[in-house]
Design a protein around this ligand. Sequence first.
Ligand code: ARG
Length: 729
Amino acid sequence: MKSLLQSIRNEVTSALTSALGAAAAGVDPLVKAAGDPKFGDYQSNVAMSLGKKLGAKPRDIAQQVADALKDSDLLEPPEVAGPGFINLRVKTAKLAAQLEAVPPTVGDDDRLDVERVSDDERQYVLVDYSSPNVAKEMHIGHIRSTAIGDTIARVIEFQGHRVIRQNHLGDWGTQFGMVILALWHLCMRKYQGESIEDFVALTSKLSDDKFPKDERLALIKQRVAIVQENLDRDPSGESDFKPFLEALEPSFDTLLPLYKYVNALEKAAKGIDDPALHVRHADTGTTRHISESSRYVAAMLQGKTDRANDQEIAAWRKSIAATLRECNAIYRRLGVSLTDDDVRGESFYQPLLHEIDAQGARLPGVVDEIKQVLAPPGKEGGGLRVECRIDQGAVCVFFEKPDGKPAFKGAEGESLPMLIEKSDGASMYGTTDIAAVLFRVAHPERNPVQLQTPRLRERLAELGGGLGADRAIYVVGAPQKLHFEMLFPTVHAAGWTKRPDGSTARLEHVAFGSILGDSRKMLKTRSGETVRLKDVLAEAIQRATDQVQKQQADNERGDKLSEDELSRIGETVGIAAVKYAELSQNRNTDYIFNWDKMLALQGNTAPYMLYAYARIRSIYRKGAEEAPFDAAVETAALQLNDPKERDLALAILRLPDVIDSVAEQLLPNYLCEYLYDLAGKFMAFYENCPVLKAPDAATYASRMRLCDLTARTLKLGLSLLGIHTLDRM
Ligand code: ARG
């Protein structure tokens, strides 16, 4: 299937050249789908923009272009309307011929013969999505990055580009001290005979504001005493912790409550100056306030203490495994294409950051590189002047607009910088992201970035030299908008995105709004907690199953579904409903999570789309079984005599253009709107144009073929959204 839009563009472009000669060279023909189908299939607005440029009347230009198109093979003679719109209508015979060229289905990966990009156009496109954090549960908000990112990856891959999926797992940072301590408590709890539920209860006591102060202090002291007792039992971790870790089958359900417990204990103890809240390490003779424990363990993990850290590293690995296991279960259920091979967490980039060696010397990294390359007066990047300098001891990147005013402002109107290293030398989320962009765009051949820092150059080479992305897409919520608005100009200014062929790697932030509850506030459970994604999916499946069952009961005539079929349909519809509700919204806006709306059988919903698909399949099946005419359906000539037939054919042929615009604008809702419109066009066709009772064999075969092509288009479109279809429902 060729892109109609592309063919029409080419026609209009050559008409422009023959009408206006050199004046039209390189001009975008500005063709788009017609605003109102009454006036045509497509329209060109080129006359308006050219009129301004050439100082001529747009209507005159439009007429000249229309005249040049009079003998087009593809288009009917165009009409000029209004101030200079050129209304374009594709010849019906051409529509039929284009669709007839689509071969019958072969195998499972039916692409309706949609053309792939040429070798010259083929890009490496990186999509960073889902990216949850270790030891934090995936909540309802995570479905946004996960579903939107997966659709974008599938669509761009379908175009024929090489897609690199990246799950930027939050697997580094100070919270890992807590994660490791959680596993330690999990190990040592046997001595107190405590269950996971006991820790859940302790956590809520420790974080309950109404719990009397003195009772809380007593509780904290008692817990610290237990820590001390357990620490003395196994000071080196060799006898209990190490064997425990080796045997551990990581489970998220036990890790998470213990993590929350460690967090609550440290928080409750923070700032309370009491000798009983200090823990003593028998092996080193050092003492530390309980609220400092996780920070110390994190430093140990990161190799910043002089103690062996193999147990910490083992514990850290186990916690990642537990989290990934949980995520993978959700990905599989959701039909998301991410696998463990796509995981490249924050920890991966740490070698690119600076380090302090045992002698206290600084081994330079990405921050040093930025400091050097963007030293005052800085460089141009992303339309801003970008400069790196020390501010109050911290390493900061400042951004200035061409008029000299700050690009980003703080509360008092002061210039707001991107902080890339704190005054104590600590790196941050953004520091890792700078290292990650370097790795993503650099490549030994395609983009050999010239780095000033020898150590950084070596480290990058050790990691393989980079991925060489031509386009990197970050699917991350709107709250991180500012972060990316600062990150991208920084790396553009550093020159990392400039390639030898003169092109610039494209960096894009695909932002999205929040999911709101009925009250238009952030969606929360009744008890005020974040809603777990796992629970949402389970409820969706339950509700969908109930709905299918009820429909069955209401529908006396229908075949009864077996238990198996019922649960398969419930699962498919339930998951599809949640995903489709997500994808059919313009991602930039917040949306209200509403079960009834997403499960509705009418409107732009998953159940409507899935039923429409199954219905078309059943019509086609019936036609094939009853075969009222002896006709070769699969290769039938298409007759588009009825306007509804023509509308349907045109809608199917828009598929390649819709895919291109989703890939360009990164808006999956375009695809949903298209599919919904297509299903509507089919219903109108089916009401007006009998298939099984067609007047003759040729009409029957043509209409059957239209049914098949529609179903295949719906199936393909839904598969790009990661939604499974069912042939029978
Ligand atoms: N883990 C981050 C979060 O939950 C999202 C990471 C997005 N990707 C990135 N390269 N910053 O907020």
